[in-house]
Ligand binder design. Structure first.
Ligand SMILES: NC(=O)c1ccc[n+]([C@@H]2O[C@H](COP(=O)([O-])OP(=O)(O)OC[C@H]3O[C@@H](n4cnc5c(N)ncnc54)[C@H](O)[C@@H]3O)[C@@H](O)[C@H]2O)c1
Length: 288
């Protein structure tokens, strides 16, 4: 019987990664996980001091790391990040677009500034990084991968109170899946990371909100760490395993919430299924 050819396992050692939003939380854990697997890492964040501190801690562990300040909402800043990364390491095989922010509030009560800030970081920030890095990555050859951090919110059927944040994460999922198809001929893989409830400073995301976007939204759950959440190091381990497999989507959520999340995904698909009415039939929704 003919042997099924197995793909070569991805070799991380000797390659370089850029991780945005890496001054803490999931980004810092990703940088540490990639460094532990032998990659050189650019630790990039709006919080430049925080990014440099994470890079120094990695260097102390023997990782070739560079800390860099970047504002992903600014195309000049993301271009400068790309220049710094290539000047330092000569190549970038893995780009982790992870920087992201969260706020709560109903659609009606949210301000346009709320949306402006969320979308500029979560959506445009990702596009700015892609525009800065993709031409260089496409011009190279060999193994290359992009990982975009979305959220389990990209699959939630009733995200009341987080509709704006959820909209940005739907956008990231759509963008990432589309990009995955587009880059297949270049040999560049795209993985979408969907964490849920990770123990980070995400509830305090508005600490970085610029005044130009108006007054901060209410923080109904405080600014502490989300209780009963998964550790960022575990998210990073699952993410890097998904990157290695070129998984289209990676979920990383606390074990106890997996069944609830599975139910939510099923309800999400049932919304579509219920809407697939037989042509000619009238679809009666919401009892009207
Ligand atoms: N923690 C969770 O439960 C959870 C769940 C789903 C998805 N996520 C996503 O994970 C990603 C990382 O978040 P986290 O949980 O580690 O939170 P975090 O607040 O610890 O990290 C986010 C980082 O992004 C940085 N950042 C914010 N604006 C930036 C900008 N304009 N340019 C560059 N960096 C900027 C912040 O300084 C911060 O270090 C985000 O995309 C978030 O939406 C988190």
């Amino acid at each position: 019987m003919a042997e099924i050819e197995q793909p070569e396992p991805v070799r991380f050692a000797g390659r370089s990664a850029v991780v945005t939003g890496a001054a803490g939380g999931i980004g810092a854990a990703l940088a540490a996980e990639l460094g532990a697997r032998g990659m050189s890492v650019v630790v990039a964040d709006l919080d430049g001091d925080g990014a440099r501190a994470v890079a120094e801690a990695l260097q102390a562990d023997g990782v070739d790391a560079l800390g860099a300040q970047v504002d992903v909402t600014d195309p000049e800043s993301t271009e400068a990040l790309a220049q710094a990364a290539y000047a330092k390491f000569g190549s970038v095989e893995l780009l982790c677009n992870n920087a992201g922010v969260l706020l709560f509030g109903s659609v009606a009560d949210s301000s346009i500034g709320d949306w402006g800030w969320l979308s500029s970081v979560n959506i445009e920030g990702m596009l700015n990084c892609l525009h800065a890095f993709l031409p260089r990555m496409r011009a190279a050859s060999g193994w290359r991968q992009i990982m975009n951090t979305a959220s389990t919110h990209a699959f939630l059927p009733d995200p009341a109170g987080t509709a704006l944040y959820t909209a940005t994460k739907h956008a990231i999922l759509g963008l990432s899946l589309g990009l995955r198809g587009e880059l297949a001929t270049d040999g560049i893989g795209v993985t979408t990371l969907c964490p849920g409830q990770a123990a980070t400073r995400i509830l305090d995301a508005q600490r970085t909100r610029p005044a130009a976007f108006g007054r901060p939204a209410a923080e109904p759950f405080g600014t502490g760490v989300i209780p009963m959440s998964i550790e960022p190091a575990e998210v990073a381990r699952l993410a890097v395993d998904g990157i290695r497999r070129d998984a289209p989507i990676v979920f990383a959520l606390p074990e106890y919430s997996r069944d609830t999340f599975r139910d939510q995904v099923e309800r999400m698909w049932r919304l579509a299924d219920d809407a697939l009415v037989v042509p000619g039939e009238t679809h009666v929704a919401n009892g009207r």
